[in-house]
Design a protein. Structure first.
Length: 382
């Protein structure tokens, strides 16, 4: 009886607790199968996402490699096409030995800092011709030039040609050693959009003073003075009184222009800056050579309505005494107003008329001499 009582009590406890009856077993099995199905679906979903992720990474890597190769090809093409500038140090090394510092006091060129009226000069031939800003030197008593040669003292420079309208001058220095002229660009293509660098040295540094990268924004800008039109380079590169007359160069370190703070101020367009293009620079250099070769004039410059006299022309500063022009009566302080009935108001006029008449043995000049205009016939040095 005791055993029965215990069994009955045990069954009674299970029933009372309603814990695990036979009727509920199918429901438990169903729940287990449902959970397993969810786990399987979740596992498959994770595997699917993993496969998608891995595939995406692989495809992205392939795409990035392709794009990288395409970009590198494009960069190489741009470098070969002279459309980008890399390695400014290399450009500086090519240009620095062709830049000088010009000032009105010798001691100022030895302090490695900027002084008012200091300017950059660009060596254009090995015998000492230097291109620079005319406004900084036109009224100074002495012109001193610090050459890019170690341990060299500043030397005296002389103006051989000056153009106030274009703010450009050529000076001559005498030095025992040959100087390093800057290389001129031979490219005839359109410069618009091309990358450039403006390099200057107005502080007498042994290397350079500054380099500013930029681009040519336009080559269709002009400076018009009276009836004379001069083409300009328009840049986004800051040009100021310190780097004015600095060298505008391409990615090979070749000269393509000369910066002008004076012209930039006159045009006054916000965010845009201006310089003389290479063709204008070459014209100026060629005119100096023509003047010396044909007329024997070694120093001079342009005057425009000086002292309100309404006289414009080429002022003779110095002339070779054994030249035909001197023998014909041309003297220092004379002003050549016209040549072969063509007025001489600027460097373009002078170069054009001399070039057009270079085959003539005698040219006629109207010259302002001691307040009177006289006609002089000059036998050329051809």
């Amino acid at each position: 009886m005791e055993g029965k009582t215990l069994r009955d009590d045990f069954n009674k406890e299970i029933k009372d607790e309603d814990y695990c009856t036979y009727e509920e077993l199918p429901s438990i099995h169903f729940r287990i199968r449902g959970i397993r199905r969810i786990i399987n679906l979740f596992t498959k979903l994770c595997l699917f996402i993993s496969v998608i992720g891995i595939s995406t990474v692989i495809l992205t890597g392939i795409s990035m490699r392709y794009k990288y190769n395409e970009v590198m090809k494009l960069i190489e093409q741009k470098i070969q096409g002279e459309d980008m500038i890399f390695g400014y140090s290399e450009i500086i090394n090519k240009v620095s030995n062709s830049l000088v510092t010009i000032g009105e006091k010798e001691e100022n060129l030895k302090k490695g800092t900027y002084f008012k009226n200091n300017s950059t000069g660009i060596i254009i031939d090995k015998y000492g011709k230097i291109l620079t800003s005319y406004s900084n030197i036109k009224n100074v008593e002495n012109i001193y030039v610090k050459l890019p040669i170690n341990n060299s003292e500043p030397v005296i420079g002389k103006i051989i040609m000056g153009n106030e309208d274009l703010d450009i001058a050529i000076i001559q220095v005498n030095f025992d050693e040959e100087l390093t002229p800057i290389n001129f660009s031979n490219s005839e293509g359109n410069l618009t959009g091309k990358r450039i660098a403006l390099i200057s040295n107005a502080v007498g540094d042994d290397y350079i003073d500054s380099i500013i990268p930029g681009i040519v924004t336009s080559t269709n800008r002009n400076l018009t003075i009276e009836d004379n039109v001069t083409p300009l380079l328009e840049l986004n590169t800051n040009i100021n009184e310190i780097n004015s007359s600095g060298a505008i160069v391409n990615n090979k370190g070749e000269l393509i222009g000369v910066a002008s703070y004076k012209i930039t101020k006159e045009i006054n367009r916000e965010g845009l800056y201006y310089g003389l293009g290479l063709n204008v620079v070459k014209e100026i250099i060629n005119s100096v050579n023509e003047i010396k070769d044909m007329l024997g004039i070694v120093e001079g410059g342009f005057v425009n309505n000086e002292n309100n006299s309404n006289v414009s022309g080429f002022y003779v500063e110095r002339i070779e005494q054994d030249s035909n022009a001197y023998k014909s009566g041309l003297r220092p302080t004379d002003i050549i107003i016209s040549i072969e009935n063509t007025e001489i108001k600027n460097i373009s006029d002078l170069y054009r008329v001399l070039n057009n008449n270079k085959d003539k043995k005698i040219i006629k000049c109207d010259v302002l001499k001691y307040g009177e205009i006289k006609e002089i016939e000059i036998r050329t040095n051809n």
